[in-house]
Design a protein around this ligand. Structure first.
Ligand code: ZN
Length: 458
């Protein structure tokens, strides 16, 4: 969810769950986006008015047969005299009027199931998700209609195109991720994907940790749940889309796929600045190094340089330092190979991962390879695919000439405008007739580049 995990995890560990909600907001860093994910955008160009929308209401749970689901409606209320001050979600009419559901975003709650439901029912929380799954038995509570836009991802573009699912648990303690929870999550995800046409891949079935900031200033504060111990390979198998080798046989693309059970790298956690090593346990990522050597520094992310995660501009083993971790199911273009090491293009640089032939941590992957168009020294990277009439703000990174990234194809530019309480006649979807973006696997997180900035490598 849209809370700071470090503080919450510490509170949970201390048994102080009831205190979480009030402390969470104050623990948010200055750069954290609002729970809605909305950020200020420039005025919309005249003549681009979109379709009018008619919102639905939540009566019966939207759930597949065989799953135990209940309805616990999230709050929808105005909180002050300002019609722009309301919680906890936005009315919409997805997928009508061109506002497609393209992602399922998977979270963990960092607080108990009951506390989560309670919080989403408080309009002053300014946070919600469509579903919450209980750890002990896999019970599914639906809180927001899937036609509406819940506030969970911290990126308005992603929110407006996603269904959010919260799982009761902690990013640092996989014991909450029970068989029942995985089963319910997978069944629900498959149901949603089938219904809305969400591709069954790791570019569209994503963790909150893969969601980019809307713009550069938000990138460092983006969340990292469900964390390093969520079993993505198992989840994808249960969904019915196991992570398997693919591609064109050229070896140009790899998909991260370490053996979950035996992949147990050192992971530390530093709540309140006091670091400890987490237990050795199955883990879903591989570390990325600056050279083909375990002794070389871990790569850094420019957005994290100078923060507590990468204070010295060098990647760390902290669980929430997403800048040096490539996660199971993510695909990257191969930049180099040397002995037991494979280099990938990652976040605007070459990054090395240990990938010995005797126990490979990658498999052959597929996708569309894109690179900056000839003549461009570097191209900008975006956290959303907005029409330029709405915003041209970037994510702060550049892709230099010669680097290659993996895409699942293009998306049109779109923006959902819904900024006042219960005024559906004013809500609209804005689209550009001409602008398209490639969604790419950029670093740990997704990103977008303009189709006009790149060329496809055949
Ligand atoms: Zn989350």
């Amino acid at each position: 969810m849209q809370h700071r995990l470090r503080t919450l995890a510490a509170l949970i560990a201390a048994g102080a769950v009831a205190a979480v909600a009030s402390q969470a907001a104050s623990a948010a860093p200055p750069s954290a986006p609002p729970a809605s994910g909305k950020t200020i955008v420039s005025p919309i160009a005249p003549g681009k008015s979109g379709q009018r929308l008619t919102p639905p209401t939540l009566t019966a749970p939207e759930c597949p047969a065989g799953l135990t689901c209940e309805v616990d409606p999230a709050a929808y209320a105005q909180n002050s005299s300002d019609p722009g001050d309301y919680g906890n979600f936005d009315l919409a009419s997805r997928p009508a009027h061109g506002l497609g559901v393209d992602y399922v975003v998977i979270h963990d709650t960092e607080i108990s199931f009951d506390s989560t439901v309670h919080e989403f029912q408080n309009p002053l929380a300014y946070v919600s998700s469509h579903y919450v799954i209980r750890s002990a038995d896999g019970l599914v509570a639906q809180m927001v209609p899937t036609a509406d836009v819940a506030w969970h991802a911290g990126n308005w573009y992603v929110n407006s195109h996603a269904v959010g699912i919260e799982n009761e648990g902690l990013a640092t303690d996989p014991s909450y991720f029970t068989n029942s929870m995985y089963d319910s999550l997978a069944k629900l995800t498959r149901y949603l994907a089938d219904r809305y046409g969400v591709p069954l891949d790791r570019m569209h079935l994503v963790g909150h940790d893969q969601v980019p900031g809307p713009t550069a200033v938000f990138q460092a504060g983006m969340h990292w749940d469900p964390g390093p111990y969520f079993d993505w390979a198992r989840f994808m198998s249960l969904v019915g889309a196991p992570i398997t080798a693919g591609g064109d046989g050229t070896g140009r693309i790899v998909t991260i796929d370490p053996s979950f059970e035996t992949n147990r790298p050192v992971v530390t956690y530093c709540p309140g600045g006091s670091c400890a090593q987490l237990p050795s346990q199955p883990t879903n990522f591989v570390y990325l190094h600056t050279a083909p050597s375990a002794a070389s520094p871990l790569v850094s992310d420019s957005a994290l340089t100078g923060t507590s995660l990468e204070p010295n501009g060098v990647g760390t083993t902290q669980a929430n330092d997403w800048g040096d971790k490539a996660v199971t199911g993510e695909s990257f273009a191969v930049a180099d190979r040397q002995g037991d090491w494979t280099a990938i293009w990652y976040g605007g640089r070459k990054a090395w991962l240990y990938d010995p032939p005797s126990a490979p941590t990658t498999i052959a992957g597929g996708g569309t390879l894109i690179t900056p168009r000839a003549g461009l020294a570097s191209i900008p990277v975006y956290g959303r695919a907005y029409p330029s009439s709405v915003s041209t703000a970037t994510l702060g990174y550049g892709i230099p000439a010669g680097q290659v990234y993996v895409s699942t194809g293009t998306v049109g530019a779109s923006y959902y405008s819904a900024s006042t309480y219960n005024a559906p006649s004013t809500y609209a979807v804005y689209k550009s007739e001409t602008e398209r973006f490639y969604q790419i696997s950029f670093n740990h997180r997704l990103a977008f580049v303009r189709a006009s900035d790149v060329e496809v490598i055949p």
